[in-house]
Design a binder for this molecule. Structure first.
Ligand code: BES
Ligand code: MN
Length: 455
């Protein structure tokens, strides 16, 4: 089959791309209960794909979305490699901003366009197809392999940690590999050796028992929406530092070698951040570059804010309540639970006079850092080097994959982060995309990785 791109170029849709397209067509949105059946159908499709490769498969029920496991025939004396990925995706709204339908994948400009194209279906399928290709070429793998695919990553993996604890013996392995992180620039192979942690909450300020006329009562009664603004402005000081007592107490400082190394990484200078984001300016903690701020420093972010009249024109109302959704990105050695205690007491102490506050704590995940120069880190670098024919860069990541530190806590195993996501992949946003070149390089990378990890 041939598909025409907007730019008029023609590309053959390879069997590998066909397989990825089938995977991308499932609207496996984990957060929306309307899609529960689609998530399951996607898991079942995966099972049949993996079984067709000759792997032994299992679909495990959880309280919400299924876990998919597949393994080859294991032999004593061989390394055991666990490869993790997630087959769930983020919601697609705002739908009007998509150039093509999110669950009808298309090829345009050398890229695959669909929800999940990069995060994580495209990267995950590169693992699967790298393994399939090795099996086809060699009839066996050089390692004992365990595929572990979950359908709840985008909602904080609530059922995966208990699943690990229940299946300790079956999941015993030497090393874990994941392609669900970033690549600093096209053609620059990137090994991640850290992830930020996360802690989420929502604060609601309540005032009068119902919405009031702002002329009759404004000036006499505290306004919850104005209170939210005051609460939010208490979170940062003008120099960009987070102004919560104790916030930085357990932050492990950046090491000199990392700062030196990162200064040479292409694609992540302050001007790159301006170009990539289209923001008119940068703002963050004084004394750090943008890469350092996002990879190795903790932050407080407002993800959503609301209350009062949102419609056209004006409405003179004093709203009864207003809310803010906050998330905090954490770095080693901060603990999400301890941090949330500090946050909650900060918010309660800063509740403006005349209002009541309610803080609801959301999901969280621990930060992670490992040594990129360990035996397995060097193997990952070798695989990246040979499959991209370029020298890999070593970075930490600003994003979070909470299960990675849980893997270390529960299974005692470290994770290699072999990122294939470009900065303009639009993950979690309209027009998510994945270059065909990254998909193909990802397949080669996985073949090389199995060989390097077997050594
Ligand atoms: N794959 C991303 C995380 C990511 C992307 C890390 C790019 C580094 C570079 C993952 O699917 C994700 O979005 N995680 C969430 C965390 C979750 C608890 C909602 C995140 O980071 O917000
Ligand atoms: Mn994601």
């Amino acid at each position: 089959m041939r598909e025409r791109s907007l730019s008029g170029e023609h590309r053959r849709v390879t069997p590998e791309l066909e397989t990825l397209f089938s995977f991308l067509r499932f609207p496996s949105i984990s957060t929306d209960s309307a899609n529960t059946g689609d998530v399951r159908a996607c898991a079942e499709w995966l099972i049949s794909k993996l079984a067709g490769m000759g792997l032994a498969t299992q679909l495990h029920e959880t309280a919400r979305h299924p876990v998919v496991i597949a393994r080859n025939q294991h032999h004593a004396g061989r390394r055991t490699v666990l490869i993790y990925g997630h087959y769930d995706v983020q919601p697609v709204d705002p739908l009007a901003l998509w150039s093509s339908k999110p669950f009808e994948p298309e090829l345009r400009d050398g890229k695959i366009w669909a929800r999940g194209a990069t995060d994580n279906k495209g990267q995950m399928m590169a693992h699967v197809l790298g393994v399939e290709k090795t099996l086809r070429e060699n009839h066996e793998l050089p390692v004992n392999l365990i595929f572990l695919f979950e359908g709840e990553e985008e909602i904080g993996s609530p059922n995966l940690a208990p699943f690990l604890a229940r299946h300790l013996a079956e999941l015993k392995c030497d090393v874990i590999a994941i392609s669900d992180t970033g690549m600093v620039a096209p053609g620059v192979p990137t090994l991640g050796y850290g992830l930020r942690g996360i802690a989420c909450c929502e604060a609601t300020l309540r005032g009068p028992k119902g919405d009031l006329h702002s002329g009759l009562f404004g000036g006499a009664v505290a306004n919850p929406a104005a209170g939210i603004a005051r609460l939010v402005s208490s979170l940062h000081s003008p120099d960009g530092r987070v102004n919560i007592e104790g916030f930085y107490d357990s932050v492990r400082p950046l090491e000199a070698w990392e700062r030196e190394m990162w200064a040479k990484v292409p694609g992540v200078s302050d001007s790159d951040f301006l170009r990539i984001t289209g923001s008119p300016g940068l703002f963050g903690e004084a004394g750090y570059t943008s890469a350092e701020r996002t990879w190795a420093r903790p932050t407080a972010e407002v993800n959503g804010i609301g209350g009062g009249y949102q419609g056209e024109g004006s409405k003179t109302v004093l709203p009864a309540e207003a809310f803010v959704k906050l998330s905090f990105r954490l770095v080693p050695d901060q603990s999400p639970a301890e941090l949330m205690t500090l946050v909650k007491s900060h918010l309660e102490r800063h509740c403006p006079p005349g209002l009541e506050i309610d803080v609801e704590i959301g999901h969280d995940g621990k930060p992670y850092v490992t040594d990129p120069h360990s035996k397995f880190g060097l193997a990952a670098q070798a695989a990246l080097r040979s499959s991209f024919r370029a020298e890999p860069v070593l970075i930490r990541e600003g994003g979070s994959i909470p299960i990675v530190q849980t893997f270390r806590d529960v299974l005692g195993v470290d994770t290699l982060l072999l990122g294939l996501a470009l900065t303009d992949a639009q993950i979690h946003a309209p027009n998510e995309n994945f270059p065909i070149a990254n998909f193909e390089a990802g397949i080669r990378l996985n073949q090389a990785l199995l060989l390097e990890l077997a050594k």
